[in-house]
Design a protein around this ligand. Sequence first.
Ligand code: ASP
Ligand code: MG
Length: 401
Amino acid sequence: MLIVKKFGGTSVADAERIDAVADRCIEDYRKGHQIVVVLSAMGKTTDALLTRAQAINPNAPKREVDMLLATGEQTSVALMAMAMAAKGVPAISLNAFQVAMHTTSRYGDARFKRIDTERITNELDSGRIVIVTGFQGINRRDDVTTLGRGGSDTTAVALAAALRADACEIYTDVEGVYTADPRVVPGARKLKEITYDEMLELATLGAKVLHNRSVGLAKKYRVTLVVRSSMNRAEGTVVKEVCDVEGMLVSGVAVDKNAARIAVLGVKNEPGVAFRIFDELAKHGINVDVILQSIGRDETKDISFTVDQEQAKEAVKVLKENQQRLTIAEVKEEKNVAKLSIVGAGMQTNAGVAAKMFEALFDVGVNIRMIATSEIRITVLIDLEDVDIATRAVHDKFFHE
Ligand code: ASP
Ligand code: MG
């Protein structure tokens, strides 16, 4: 079997952990498997490098930031190869340039275009464990790019797809994907399996187990993922196309505290208004999520929506600058809100899921401010201070035993 194993920053944080990871990889190597290891930078290295860049130049050229950040992964792969060599196992580390992992040009947010597999395949065929830098690529000018924070997961999936690997294992500091954040919900359970679509929704909603682009890529190339702990042998969670849901309506409850609510009040009640407002926001690259429009009264109506907190200021600015043209009487912004979502492939074929969620919130007296749904997700906007109690209530409603 050809197995791609990816280890995150915590899993390679120091010499001891690197040693443990080396042992774990060697174990499978000795069983006769071909092993490709993808690593993140050690511990908080990437943050530390960013701090150093900031100290020298807060507006550092993006190309140079990527050049700097890529050293984090280069350090961990070299050390891993040394650890394996010390154990008498032939191993070789390769960076994105050596493999030839081609990406788009955009620094800090590059996407894979093509990965040459020849070098890796040759190394594997000569009996080596191949250790590849996560998170980085090269662009058309042969300059170093990075994929965005958390991007090593995406490297692992892209390599698994390119090499047609038999397995892609993502080792992390949690035991898998949970039905809710175990720190908030004591009864949260580890899932045996989850579909790509559900995982995509959860990853996008901020459940930080997997880089969301890695899930999209896995779905596209049908790479089955296993998310599991690097600290123990517990069985992880399998991410794949179809799951045996066993009547499970919901597979997870996710919280996004990074939301802001913006209300535009007293806009003209006529066709084209919503189009002009959201078109203006889109032109400024502002991503709008949950939208609510009130029933028009007389000549005017109100529209509210959510954006990520980082974009709230810009959104308000754009709206105020165009206030007259967009016929807006007033723009209001509110930060103390959070999005609570339930995700489940099972809701496509089951009525009453929304009602059940709303009942749970009613039971604990939590007010719903906005609602949005997709095929496999229901999101409500609630007050930030209600988040924990609401999460527990909703989780218990769907997962009580
Ligand atoms: N080292 C990078 C980061 O911290 C990539 C990764 O860990 O996946 O974001
Ligand atoms: Mg990560």
